[in-house]
Structures are given as structure tokens and as C-alpha cells.
Design a protein around this ligand. Structure first.
Ligand code: HQG
Length: 175
């Protein structure tokens, strides 16, 4: 499969596994897992194509566990928090459109349409995330260690860190 086809298939997998499994007649378990063969059937592709997307995904978006597959992050559907509770690095980043900054500095980062807030390890990754919504996104610097010390639980899953929320006192515009 070329990259273009992989990206297209990956998007459809994300949609079913994160947001709308019912659209593929899929019934995820409490961790968001569905049967790999059933997902492939819902997508109308061979199981091997799904496996290739998972193996080559640059962000670790999916994991296969025995004959089941799940998304590692990004869920809007109610799943048990993915990944594992960890002590985060001292600093994490979050890329957001300019128009959201004022509200975020006032009320903190909220999960909005998803189950968790998503944080990036590097400024570069945060920029890519923010560019989905704005040509000149703002990079926010998250004092993750202090937030963790204050009792906010961080999880690591796929290539991202997850938190239920980040209060404003731990957020600054990256200089
Ligand atoms: C913003 C994709 C106003 C937040 C990405 C973001 C990521 C607020 C938007 C992953 C707010 C939510 C997640 C507040 C947060 N007031 N706006 N209080 N708190 N926001 O898509 O982090 O490539 O749900 O800044 O790359 O953009 O699909 O979250 O702009 O890794 O694998 O509300 O999804 O990964 O947007 O993206 P999203 P996100 P994939």
C-alpha cells in the first residue's frame, strides 16, 4: 500500500475505533477493542491491510492484541482510560488555534469532544497538531511535573500523553 492509501484507511479506522463503532456494526469492549477480522470486514479490506496500517503508523495510533484491535488515544466514545499512569516529563506541549488561547488560559485545557486532553512530547509535534486547525497555531507549554505533583493523573499511550484536564496555572504560551 502506498502512503496515501494507508493514511485514508487509517482515518477510517480511527473514525470507527475512536468515535463511531456502530457505523461498522462493531461493539467494542470496555477498553475499546473490536475483533480484527470484523473491523477489516467493516472497512471492506483484507485483514493484512489493517495490520500494515497498524505496523507502519508513525504515531502508534492502534494496537493489536491477539485477535483484537483498539485505538491507543483520541476516543470520544467512553472507554477505560488507555495506556498506563506515568510520571510525565517535566514539560509537555499542546498546539492549539490562536482563537482558543484566551479560553484555555482562563479555564485550562479541557477534553472537549474527546475523553482526555492530548499532549505532545515535542514542540514540533504540538505544531503539527495545532496546524490541523490554524495556519499559525500557538504552542502552549505545560508544566506537567507540577500538574502531576498537584494530583493530575497523566497517562502515556501511543505517542501522546493524556490527562483528564490541565488547570490554567500549569499552562503558559511557549516563548
Ligand atoms: C481545544 C489528533 C477552548 C484544544 C491530534 C483543541 C492529536 C479548548 C480542541 C489528537 C479548550 C480539541 C488530539 C478550552 C482545549 N477552550 N478550546 N478550555 N481546551 N481546547 O481534536 O489535542 O492525528 O479534540 O486546544 O494530532 O487537537 O488523529 O484535540 O484545539 O494527537 O491521531 O479544543 O488527535 O491525532 O481538539 O488533538 P481535539 P487535539 P491523530
Amino acid at each position: 500500500m502506498n502512503r496515501d492509501r494507508r493514511v485514508k484507511l487509517s482515518r477510517r479506522m480511527s473514525y470507527l475505533l475512536r468515535h463511531n463503532p456502530a457505523a461498522g456494526n462493531l461493539r467494542p469492549d470496555e477498553r475499546g477493542r473490536v475483533d480484527l477480522g470484523e473491523l477489516a470486514e467493516a472497512l471492506g479490506v483484507p485483514e493484512e491491510a489493517v495490520r500494515e496500517v497498524v505496523a507502519r503508523d508513525p504515531k502508534g495510533r492502534f494496537v493489536i492484541e491477539r485477535n483484537a484491535i483498539r485505538a491507543t488515544y483520541g476516543h470520544s466514545i467512553d472507554v477505560e482510560a488507555p495506556g498506563e499512569a506515568v510520571q510525565p516529563p517535566a514539560v509537555l506541549y499542546h498546539g492549539t488555534p490562536r482563537r482558543a488561547v484566551e479560553a484555555i488560559l482562563r479555564e485550562g485545557l479541557r477534553p472537549m469532544g474527546r475523553q482526555m486532553v492530548h499532549l505532545s512530547v515535542t514542540r514540533q509535534e504540538a505544531r503539527v497538531v495545532g496546524r490541523r486547525r490554524d495556519t499559525e497555531p500557538v504552542i502552549l507549554r505545560i508544566d506537567a511535573r507540577a500538574a502531576h505533583d498537584a494530583g493530575i493523573e497523566f497517562r502515556r499511550s501511543g505517542s501522546v500523553y493524556l490527562a483528564p484536564r490541565v488547570p490554567p496555572e500549569f499552562i503558559a504560551v511557549d516563548s
